[in-house]
Structures are given as C-alpha cells and as structure tokens.
Design a protein around this ligand. Structure first.
Ligand code: GRG
Length: 302
C-alpha cells in the first residue's frame, strides 16, 4: 500500500500548479503596480515555493461536496495569500525573527524590515481581491459570497490567526495548559485550515450538513497540522524544513512537544488525523483526496 506521503504528492502537485498560476499572475501585476522595491518584495513573497496544503484542502473539499468549476482556484489562491502574508510577518524580528523560510532568505532579510512589514499588510487586500475574482468566476449568488468572505476574514483576524499569533507570542517562556495550547493552535493555524475546508464546501453549494462535516474535518486536520509542525521543528533538519529547525526551543515557545514530549505529541497528531477520517466516514463523505491529506498532514516530513 502506498504511504500517505506518496499518495499526497499528486494531490499537492495539482494544487501547486493551479494555485501557483494565479499567484504568478498577481506577482506580475504587482511588479508593475506598485512596482519598484515594494512590487519586487510582494512578488518575492507570492512566488515562494510552499507546499500548498491549504489550496489542496480547498480543492479537495470543493470536489468532495460536488463542485467542478475551475474558478475554485481563485478561492484556493486567496487562502494561500493569507497564509503567505502571515509567514512574512511571523518571520519579522519583532515576532519569531527568522532568517529562512521556504528554502530562501525571509523577506526582511532579502529586502529590509520596513519593506517586509509593508509587504505583509499590502497582501491583505490582495488576498481579498483574489477571493472576489475567484467567486466572480464561480458565478455564486450574493447569499453564498458573503458567508464565504466572512469565513476567510474571520479566520485571519481577531478570532483566528491574529489572535493565535498574539497568544503564541505572549506564551513565550511561560507555562501554558493543554486547553490554552489547543485554543492557541486552533486560532493561529487551525482557523485558516478549517476555513479552507468550509469555503470549498460552501463554493460547491453544499448542504448545511456537508458544510458542517467538512468544517469538523478541517478543525481536526488543523490541529494535527500544528502538532506535526511542532514535531518537525524538534525532529527535522533546517534543510528538510526550508526554515530554521529548533526555533521553538530557542524562543521557549509553548508547543505540543514542550508540553507533552515527542511521543505523546505524535500520538495526539495521529488521534486528530484519525478523528478527521472518521468524521468523513460518519458524514458519508467519500473523498480519497481528503483522507489522503489527513494522513499526509500527520506524517509529512516538511
Ligand atoms: C499581517 C495582518 C497580518 C497578520 C499576520 C503573523 C501572523 C498575523 C500570524 C502568524 C500565523 C502563523 C505563522 C501560523 C503558523 C502556521 C504554520 C504552521 C505555518 C507553516 O505552514 P506550512 O508548513 O508552510 O504549510 P508552507 O511554507 O509549506 O506553506
């Protein structure tokens, strides 16, 4: 039987190809307007080679819910742009202060801190523009568009990513309970992953039941994703990760590994991955792609 890593490769490779085409178009436009150093910095961020897990989840959830329009690539790209600008800011000296990301110098190292700070903020509206473009192509009704935009924006804001990042920074060097850690992970990383799954389902015009099921799946893989990230930081090399390994210990971060140790953290990741697959089964959603992605998210090596 092929491993989830092998089976996931074709799913991720398709997500990379459809998403990267959109990101390349945005990068080319931004090189013209605003152009100059800001344009170059924005393009550098958009062209960085990520795994594209969130786009893969948008595409797989959309198809699992019966969707088949290519315009869904715009939704996938929008979610990836949110993720991309979060990484740009995450790496800044005032946050995690990292010099490497996606196998390249971080944006503030390649350009400068002011340019990277600006680039992160400038990508916020670019993500919304990409979402609007994708939703337009899908020809969705205003009743569908509003809640979808709401999902992405809530996941990236004070209830989601920004709040999670804040909690993460505040927790450096201080003891955190397991509940506190789960809450932080759900917001910082899980909210956008859950939104990716929900938005895929909503774009397909799925029933409430299917949307809820895919949202629950997204919550489980969202937590599994961050636990795997914590494990990789402790066990993989900088070369494998494309970002500095061991950073969590250096920064005294609250992580699953610091709270539970490697073995229990690995067990927890597997439990969340299994829960995600069970949710699909119990919800009657037959999606080999989502099942494979749940396995990949737990087992991944980068
Ligand atoms: C700029 C308005 C504004 C907000 C930013 C900095 C911030 C708020 C949020 C940070 C959130 C963050 C960095 C979460 C970590 C998520 C995570 C596990 C990232 C690694 O994702 P991968 O492995 O990376 O998918 P690639 O590079 O493959 O895409």
């Amino acid at each position: 039987m092929p491993s989830p890593l092998d089976s996931a490769e074709s799913i991720l490779s398709e997500a990379r190809s459809v998403t990267d085409a959109r990101l390349a178009q945005r990068a080319a436009k931004l090189r013209e307007d605003p152009g100059g150093r800001d344009g170059e910095a924005l393009a550098y961020a958009l062209e960085a080679p990520g795994k594209r897990v969130r786009p893969a989840l948008v595409l797989a959830s959309y198809r699992a819910a019966g969707g088949h329009h290519p315009g869904i690539a715009g939704v996938a790209a929008a979610v990836e742009i949110v993720h991309t600008y979060s990484l740009v800011h995450d790496d800044l000296p005032c946050m995690d202060d990292d010099a490497q990301r996606r196998g390249r110098p971080t944006l503030h190292v390649r350009f400068d801190v002011a340019t990277a700070t600006r680039a992160g903020y400038l990508l916020v509206p670019v993500a919304v523009q990409e979402l609007v473009r994708g939703l337009g192509e899908l020809g969705l009704s205003p009743e569908q568009v509003g809640p979808m935009a709401d999902r992405m924006l809530e996941a990236s804001g004070l209830r989601g990513m920004v709040a999670g990042q804040w909690l993460d920074l505040m927790a450096e060097g201080t003891p955190v309970s397991r509940d506190g850690l789960v809450d932080m992970h759900r917001r910082k990383t899980g909210a956008l992953i859950e939104a990716a799954c929900l938005m895929g389902a909503m774009a397909a015009g799925a029933t409430e039941r299917v949307i809820d099921t895919l949202g629950e799946y997204g919550r489980e893989v969202g937590i599994a994703f961050q636990i795997a990230d914590d494990l990789l930081d402790a066990t993989a090399t900088t070369e494998e990760l494309g970002k500095t390994a061991g950073r969590d210990v250096t920064l005294a971060k609250a992580t699953y590994v610091s709270l539970l140790g490697i073995d229990a953290a690995r067990d927890a990741a597997h439990q969340h991955g299994a829960a995600a697959r069970r949710i699909l089964q119990e919800g009657g959603i037959g999606s080999p792609a989502l099942e494979t992605l749940a396995g990949y998210i737990v087992e991944r090596r980068s």
